[in-house]
Design a protein around this ligand. Structure first.
Ligand code: PEP
Ligand code: MG
Length: 581
């Protein structure tokens, strides 16, 4: 058994078989083979060894021609390891005696050897571990060949363990079978984490290198509450976590009754709780939790995981599904926030050195007007069917907002000319997620119907901390007083201008921040749908003066840790154990 620590990004506990995806995305399809298939499987292994040998020889020849004998010798070492009798016999024995699949056996044996080499004092020998990993990959490639299965085509439940999962890969995961995931890289604000929330599965990111410790098919536990991952748990640990799964289930059942009561504070102030969604099917998650509407629909996921760009009808159908399901409740459709880590398949750009500061989001929309107009047409068309609002992401200057609004006005005119129905009074808002937008917020307000504070980006741009980088994850903290001051400024301005404001970043989904946000003056939060019952419970347990006092104290503090301590203590006081922990 091995216990590893990462960054928790999506709560809950999952127990199941590992599907390991190395940087090449291989998965080990299964662990065991039928008794009467053993001979055929052994033959498959021998063929893979043969094919790998031929590949290495070919590579050696090519390198020798280009670079000379000296470099070609590297391949001799590979060949020697590949054909090593002991290694070979160990794999064969696992297939023959234990009925392991060749993929699983190769992965187990070679990883064990790699670990032994890694642990050697002699750095030259330790480096040989990489050669072994290389051979493992080569053998797996040859074994899996065409049978390599994509993660989108799963047939049984798995926990995905990967080096990295891009938001589009995460979006392609089949939620029927993926019960949780863990990645070696990534930070708390990464969009991969956000998709985990959408799938409502436990997830841990930023684990650092650990994939060598685990083979496909191994039993794994993901604790998405604490950020722990347990490989090959012992009996006692397994039982402990099985009880945790049960406890989570019964807590969810206990909170289910809150679905039909409103989020009203103890002193009778109504708080609106909206859901954040990435995919149309999540509208059901919102309905199940009694959401007051959809406060953030991240439409960029429509562009990811597919080749080519979605046409107007694809947009329209997705939005219609959401809008019709929500009836007269508001649906805030955010125009696409592509770029940085959210990259559509057809849009990959390798030449940006700082993609989070680059051609992202509204900037990309204003540079690709046809793409932008296509989406705006679809949003406007769907506005005829329900209570739709439109929101622009990552606005950093007033000029940018005006440009976006001009394009919108232009598309409206086109629709009018074509006698296509839409809501002429559609409310237009923007995300406040760049410090410059907060600084200049009074200039934005008169031009807007509402604003939504995107703390995920606001934290990143205020503290200069990449939301997706595990190396600086400890600095990425929404509790930082600098962030609180910016939220406070935005709320004060919205009050002066009598404009609705909410917070839709991940912080609003954490019960730790609920009192603070209410105390700062927010009366509307947009959260991951699964968090609605818990947030509602907090709202119903506190009074506004109590929250205002907490917020006032938080604003005087000098660092994130003190703010967190205060918020945890106050939540604990307001909410009896055990859930307040
Ligand atoms: C945010 O930045 O807080 C936000 C809600 O947008 P996203 O997470 O999609 O960048
Ligand atoms: Mg954002």
């Amino acid at each position: 058994m091995q216990k590893l620590q990462g960054i928790p990004v999506s709560p809950g506990v999952a127990i199941g078989e590992a599907l390991v995806m190395g940087s090449e995305g291989f998965r080990i399809p299964r662990r065991f083979v039928e008794r009467d298939a053993v001979e055929a499987e052994l033959e498959r292994f021998e063929k893979a060894v043969q094919a790998s040998k031929e590949e290495i020889l070919r590579n050696r020849e090519q390198v020798r021609e280009k670079l000379g004998d000296e470099y070609a010798a590297i391949f001799d070492a590979h060949l020697q390891m590949l054909l090593d009798r002991r290694l070979h016999d160990e794999v064969v024995e696992m297939i023959r005696d234990r009925h392991y699949s060749p993929e699983y056996a190769v992965s187990r044996v070679l990883r064990r050897y790699a670990k032994v080499f890694e642990s050697l004092e002699n750095s030259h020998l330790a480096e040989r571990a990489n050669d072994i990993v290389d051979i493992e990959r080569r053998l797996l490639r040859n074994l899996l060949g065409r049978r390599r299965e994509e993660i989108g085509q799963l047939t049984s439940p798995v926990l995905v363990l990967a080096h990295n999962l891009t938001p589009s890969e995460t979006a392609a995961l089949d939620p029927r079978f993926v019960r949780g995931f863990v990645t070696e890289v990534g930070g708390a604000g990464s969009h991969t984490a956000i998709v985990a929330g959408a799938l409502e599965i436990p997830a841990v990111v930023g684990m650092g290198p650990f994939l060598r410790e685990v083979s496909g098919g191994d039993l794994v536990i993901i604790d998405g509450d604490r950020g722990e991952v347990i490989l090959q748990p012992d009996e006692a640990t397994l039982e402990h976590y099985q009880r945790a799964v049960e406890a989570n289930r019964s807590l969810a059942e206990q909170l289910a009754h809150l679905r039909d009561v409103s989020a009203e504070t103890a002193d009778g102030v109504r708080i609106e709780l909206f859901g954040n969604i990435e995919f149309p099917h999540e509208v059901q998650h919102c309905l199940d939790r009694g959401a007051d509407g959809v406060g953030l629909y991240r439409t960029e996921f429509l562009y990811m995981g597919t080749e080519g760009e979605p046409d107007e009808q694809v947009h329209f159908e997705a939005y219609r599904r959401v809008v019709e399901a929500m009836g007269d409740r508001p649906v805030v459709i955010r125009t696409f926030d592509l770029g940085a880590d959210k990259v559509a398949t057809s849009w990959r750009r390798e030449d940006e050195r700082n993609p989070f500061l680059g051609l992202r989001s509204i900037r990309m929309a204003l540079r690709n007007l046809e793409l932008f107009r296509t989406q705006l047409r679809a949003i406007l068309r769907v506005s005829a069917l329900g209570n739709v609002r439109i929101m622009f992401p990552l606005i950093s200057t007033v000029i940018e907002l005006r440009q976006a609004k001009m394009v919108l006005a232009d598309v409206m005119e086109d629709l009018e000319e074509s006698h296509i129905d839409f809501d002429r009074q559609i409310p237009v808002g923007m995300m406040v997620e760049v410090p410059s937008a907060v600084m200049m917020i009074d200039h934005f307000m008169p031009e807007l119907d509402f604003v939504s504070v995107g703390t995920n980006d606001l934290v990143q741009y205020t503290l200069a901390v990449d939301r997706d980088n595990k190396e600086v994850a400890s600095l990425y903290n929404a509790a930082d007083p600098a962030v609180l001051k910016l939220i406070d400024m935005a709320v004060q301005s919205a009050r002066r201008f009598k404009k609705p404001i909410n917070v839709c970043g991940q912080m609003s989904s954490s019960t730790m921040f609920t009192m603070l946000l209410l105390g700062l003056g927010l009366r509307s939060l947009s959260v991951i749908p699964a968090a609605i019952p818990e947030i509602k419970r907090v709202c119903r347990s506190v009074s506004i003066p109590q929250c205002e006092e907490v917020a006032a104290r938080a604003l005087t503090l000098e660092n994130a840790r003190d703010v967190e301590t205060l918020l945890k203590e106050e939540l604990k006081k307001a909410l009896p154990e055990p859930e307040a922990a």
